[in-house]
Unconditional design. Structure first.
Length: 340
C-alpha cells in the first residue's frame, strides 16, 4: 500500500460535477434506512482520497494531516494523498475542498483561522463556512507560545510590554492573518496601549525562520514548531496564550500575567472538514476514524509531541465550534470587522 505522498498536484484540473445532483443525493442518503446508511458508509472510499492541508509543509497542521492520513489509509484500504495548498490564511485550500464533489474523497485539514476567522477577515475568501463545508472532527488547541529574540532580554509579559512601549515598533510574526497570534496582538494593543503591527507569514515554518534570522522580534505559534528556534537558543518563551504547556510548566499564561481579554480563554483547534452536501453516513465514518486515530501509537506520538488532547467526535466538535465562535467573532469586531 502506498502511504501519503508529499507531492502536490497544483496543476490538477478539478473534475466537473453537478452540485445539484450531489445535494439531492445527500438529502436522499439522510432519508435512508439504517442498514442502507451503514452500507453507504462502508462503501466509502471507493478510490484514492485527497487530504488538502491548507498550510505549508513542516508546520503543525501539515504533520497532523500526514499522521491522520496514514492512519485513515490503513483503515480504509485506500491511499490518502496529502496536498499542501497554502496561502490566504488557509482559504485557498478551503475553497478547493468546498468546490470538490461531496462524496468524501476530498478532505480539508486546517485550523480555526480557516474555519472561523476567514468569514470575517476576508470579503470573499472563496467559500462560505456555513454553506460549503461541514466540520467533521477537531483537535482542541494546545497552548501557543509567545517567543522573543534572546537579544531583547524579554522574560515575561511585563518585559514585553515595556519593550514595545520603549521601541515604538515591534516586528511580531503570525502564521496568517486572522490567526490566534493576530488576534493576540490586537488584544494586547488594546489593553496596554501598544502599536504592534503584525507581520503575516504563510505558515509556522517560515515564521519561525524569520525569528531565527532576526527579521522578527517576537513570534507566536505551537510548541513543537517553535523547537527550531528554542533548541538553537534563538528564541526565549515568555508566555503561553491560554493553556499551560506540560513541557514548560513554569511559563505562565497571558491571563496569569495580567492580560484580560476573553480571547485568552479560547484555544482554537485543528480539524477536518468535508464539502457540505457530503452524505451524513460518510461524515460520521470519517469522524469515527479521526477519533479512533487518537489511539494509534504513531498518532499518539505526534499528539504528544504537540501536547494535544484526543480528537473530538462530530457532536462534540460542533458543540466546541458553537461555543468558541462568538468569542472569535467578538475579537474580530475589535479589528473593525463586521461578522454579519
Amino acid at each position: 500500500m502506498r502511504y501519503p505522498s508529499e507531492k502536490s498536484r497544483e496543476g490538477a484540473v478539478p473534475t466537473p460535477f453537478n452540485r445539484r445532483h450531489f445535494i439531492t443525493a445527500g438529502a436522499a442518503a439522510a432519508a435512508m434506512p439504517f442498514l442502507s446508511r451503514r452500507a453507504l458508509a462502508q462503501a466509502w472510499p471507493s478510490r484514492q482520497i485527497r487530504m488538502i492541508c491548507s498550510y505549508p509543509a513542516g508546520g503543525q497542521t501539515d504533520l497532523l494531516a500526514r499522521a491522520f492520513g496514514e492512519y485513515i489509509s490503513k483503515q480504509v484500504g485506500q491511499t490518502v494523498v496529502i496536498e499542501n495548498k497554502a496561502g490566504a490564511s488557509g482559504s485557498i485550500g478551503a475553497a478547493e475542498v468546498a468546490r470538490a464533489a461531496p462524496d468524501g474523497h476530498t478532505i480539508l485539514c486546517s485550523i480555526s483561522t480557516t474555519y472561523v476567522m476567514n468569514r470575517v477577515m476576508m470579503k470573499n475568501p472563496g467559500y462560505d463556512m456555513d454553506k460549503d463545508l461541514t466540520l467533521v472532527s477537531v483537535l482542541p488547541g494546545a497552548g501557543l507560545l509567545l517567543v522573543a529574540s534572546p537579544k531583547l532580554g524579554i522574560k515575561n509579559l511585563d518585559d514585553f510590554v515595556a519593550f514595545a512601549r520603549k521601541s515604538g515598533k515591534v516586528n511580531f510574526g503570525t502564521y496568517s492573518a486572522g490567526s490566534a497570534p493576530h488576534m493576540t496582538i490586537n488584544e494586547l494593543n488594546k489593553q496596554y496601549g501598544l502599536r504592534i503591527e503584525p507581520i503575516h507569514y504563510r505558515g509556522e515554518a517560515p515564521m519561525w525562520t524569520g525569528l531565527a534570522e532576526g527579521t522578527l522580534d517576537v513570534a507566536m505559534g505551537s510548541y513543537t514548531a517553535a523547537q527550531s528556534v528554542l533548541q538553537s537558543d534563538r528564541g526565549i518563551v515568555f508566555a503561553v496564550h491560554s493553556k499551560k504547556v506540560d513541557a514548560i510548566p513554569h511559563i505562565k499564561t497571558l491571563p496569569e500575567q495580567g492580560a484580560t481579554s476573553k480571547f485568552f480563554t479560547v484555544s482554537g483547534f485543528t480539524g477536518w472538514a468535508l464539502p457540505k452536501a457530503t452524505p451524513q453516513p460518510i461524515v460520521d465514518r470519517l469522524a469515527e476514524l479521526c477519533v479512533a486515530a487518537s489511539s494509534d501509537p504513531k498518532v499518539k506520538e505526534v499528539l504528544a509531541t504537540f501536547v494535544l488532547e484526543p480528537t473530538l467526535g462530530f457532536k462534540e466538535t460542533n458543540a466546541l465550534y458553537q461555543r468558541e465562535l462568538p468569542v472569535w467573532l467578538e475579537t474580530a469586531q475589535a479589528l473593525g470587522l463586521d461578522p454579519a
